[in-house]
Structure formats: structure tokens, C-alpha cells
Design a binder for this molecule. Structure first.
Ligand code: Y12
Ligand code: CO
Length: 175
């Protein structure tokens, strides 16, 4: 299964993803293909809707202290729910579905999340730092929310202008 990353302003990114009920081969193939797509695009997080599948599934692969990504640190979350959140942090976020754009976003400093793994086993994770930010960013995708939806009115307007210009230039370079 070869997957392409869906890019803003594609309307699929606004969809609410559905709860996963079957932890079968089809789900495993989707997760495997998502991992290939994420790594192929230098991503550290990816939600299924970003490859056009409206399922509550996401991947996280946070780099280590040497800035290396290892499959040993891959986290696959199915049907995640934030059960605790506290504190405040700001981080300059990026998203594979909004290429070349980065913006400071407010997030909770710490989250505790219940989720299922690819076999349907229930898990709990407590996260702080980059992992906590990435979890919140990816869970937003499951609810049809992009990080640009969190910008102020004026910043969002500026973004739309810059993004349209960038898309035009991209198109011109490819023709
Ligand atoms: C902190 C903040 C946000 C997240 C969500 C996951 N975000 C990503 O994985 C973003 C990846 C990304 C990769 C890009 O490509 C390259 O660097 C080659 C990129 O650059 C371009 O699009 C040109 C932008 C974003 C997790 C943690
Ligand atoms: Co994203």
C-alpha cells in the first residue's frame, strides 16, 4: 500500500476520524504504510487522516538526544483519549500536511493518554516535552483540527496569503 500525504487545504483534513473496531491485517497494513510515508517525508508524527483514512490511528516517532529516529521508539496509538492534562508550553510546530510552515502553538505541558495498540491491548502513557506536544497535535488531527486553526485571526490571514503564494510557486516550478 503506497500512501500519499494529504495537504492543506484538502477538505479531508477537516473530517472527524472514526473509532477503530477491528484490529486486523487491514489495520496493520495501514499502520505499516503510514510508517513508510512518515519516514519518507522526515516526519515525527502522522495521523491516518493525513493519508486519507478517517480512522482514529496515529504514529509518533520522537528523535533521541542524538536527533536520530529509531523504530524502537515508534508509538502506534489507536483510539487515544487524553485523560489528564496540565501545565502550559509553547512550541514551534510543523505538520506534513502544511509543508514549509512553522508557528508557535500553546499546548499542555503534560498529558496522560489511554489508547490501544495495534492488537487492541489497552495502554496508558504519561508524556511531557516534545512527545506531549506531538500527541496533542496528532489527536487534534483525529478531530479535524490543524495547528493553523489555533492561530490568531491576523496570523491566520497572513498564513493563508503566504501559503497561497507558495503553492502558486510550487505549481509554476512543476510545469
Ligand atoms: C512537535 C510539533 C508537531 C509535531 C507533529 C508532527 N510534525 C511533523 O512530523 C512535521 C514534519 C515536517 C517535515 C518537513 O520536511 C522536512 O523537514 C524535509 C517539513 O518541511 C517541509 O515541508 C518543507 C515540515 C514538517 C510533532 C512535534
Ligand atoms: Co500534523
Amino acid at each position: 500500500m503506497k500512501l500519499n500525504i494529504v495537504e492543506y487545504p484538502d477538505k479531508r483534513l477537516k473530517e472527524k476520524s472514526k473509532i477503530v473496531e477491528k484490529f486486523d491485517k487491514e489495520l496493520h497494513e495501514l499502520l505499516n504504510a503510514m510508517y513508510t510515508a512518515m519516514m519518507g517525508s522526515n516526519g515525527i508524527g502522522l495521523a491516518a487522516i493525513q493519508v486519507g483514512h478517517a480512522k482514529q490511528a496515529l504514529l509518533l516517532n520522537i528523535p533521541n538526544e542524538d536527533d536520530e529516529q529509531s523504530i524502537d521508539n515508534l508509538i502506534e496509538m489507536i483510539n487515544p483519549i487524553i485523560i489528564e492534562k496540565n501545565g502550559e508550553t509553547i512550541y514551534q510546530e510543523g505538520c506534513l500536511s502544511v509543508p514549509s510552515f512553522y508557528e508557535d502553538i500553546d499546548r499542555y505541558e503534560r498529558v496522560v493518554v489511554n489508547y490501544q495498540d495495534r492488537e487492541g491491548n489497552t495502554k496508558t502513557i504519561e508524556a511531557e516535552g516534545l512527545l506531549s506536544i506531538a500527541i496533542q497535535h496528532e489527536i487534534d488531527h483525529l478531530n479535524g483540527i490543524l495547528f493553523i486553526d489555533k492561530l490568531s485571526y491576523s496570523r491566520r490571514k497572513k498564513f493563508e496569503k503566504e501559503y497561497k503564494k507558495m503553492q502558486k510557486e510550487k505549481k509554476a516550478n512543476h510545469s
